[in-house]
Design a protein. Structure first.
Length: 325
């Protein structure tokens, strides 16, 4: 059973009980409006509830005019839909079309346009949508544990990718299917969606740390894909490839750390110095492979810059993301 179902049940019961206690005609309609008003995040709840409320007022306005002029006939409802729905959409209250229809059809069912009928519909709107919004605003389940779990999945996939890269550099004939890349991409997308929902639940002071983290991982995944293109040109085993493989083995360990360690970056700086002091390639094949390895090192440097730029300064807080490497 999802938490949204529980919230819907609470909001529906609250709306019916409040309407009945206040003596409002048709308390069950307030329950229907509460069902329509429950949403997944606080910000979305504010937006949709306000849209449904004002759409219903606009719908009531058109309905009252049409019912007064043309009477209470079924074909008048069709005219109402043709006129009111486009107007509600143009007013940016599209989410409230269904809610407004519930209210207008109740007025049609009463076969009367009077102050009492209109006031009753507005009371039901306030109680039904208000109950939904109250339930939404009072409690939303925190997504930090979910995002922490997703972060660990992403980090684990990155670690596996770097180990596979190290194996490929040590043995150019090694075959890797790359399924970790797909898994990492899916996990990052799930994290971005969860982070977006969490942001929408923080009305006053939204925390963007999770959004920044998953955006960083998305950038890094693109950098990894660039690395793989360069590795495809390393078709010959060279000592330099073994040296770079050690970098990726270190990175496969660092990426699961809570914070940016800098160990891989230090090894990278040392290796770049060694490369500058090496003798020039003796053959064209060696030149092509070493050129690809050098570009790979530079791409790895860009990857590490992304992690360093977005690192979290406060260590040990699992509820917030950290850059790792």
């Amino acid at each position: 059973m999802g938490f949204r179902i529980i919230k819907t049940a609470i909001a529906t019961l609250m709306a019916i009980l409040v309407s009945d206690a206040c003596g409002v005609t048709g308390p069950l309609s307030a329950g229907i409006l509460a069902v329509l008003g429950v949403d997944v995040t606080r910000k979305r709840s504010l937006k949709t509830v306000s849209a449904r409320f004002f759409a219903s007022l606009l719908g009531l306005f058109f309905a009252c005019i049409l019912f007064e002029l043309l009477g209470f006939h079924y074909w008048v409802l069709a005219i109402y839909i043709l006129i009111a729905f486009p107007a509600i959409t143009r007013a940016n209250f599209k989410e409230g079309i269904v809610t407004s229809s519930v209210v207008v059809f109740r007025v049609f069912g009463s076969a009367e346009v009077s102050t009492d009928v209109i006031v009753t519909q507005i009371e039901l709107l306030v109680i039904g949508l208000g109950s939904a919004m109250l339930v939404n605003m009072v409690y939303m389940p925190p997504a930090s544990e979910q995002m922490t779990s997703i972060r660990r999945r992403v980090d684990e996939q990155f670690s596996k990718i770097f180990r596979q890269i190290a194996l490929t550099l040590r043995d150019p004939s090694y075959v890797w299917d790359g399924h970790e890349l797909i898994a990492a991409g899916k996990a990052i997308q799930s994290g971005k969606e969860a982070a977006s929902r969490e942001m929408e639940n923080q009305v006053l002071h939204p925390d963007e740390s999770w959004t920044i983290y998953f955006y960083m991982r998305k950038e890094q995944l693109e950098s990894i894909q660039n690395m793989l293109q360069l590795i495809s040109h390393v078709y010959q085993k060279l000592p330099q490839a073994d040296d770079v493989a050690e970098l990726f083995e270190q990175l496969s360990r660092d990426v699961t750390e809570e914070n940016y360690t800098g160990r891989t970056e230090k090894l990278l700086v040392d290796l770049e110095k060694e490369f500058k002091g090496m003798e020039l390639p003796a053959t064209r094949e060696e030149f092509e492979v070493r050129s690809a390895i050098l570009q790979l090192i530079r791409e790895l440097g860009q990857y590490l810059k992304i992690a360093k730029k977005n690192k979290t300064p406060a260590p040990g807080k699992l509820r917030k993301p950290s850059a790792g490497s």
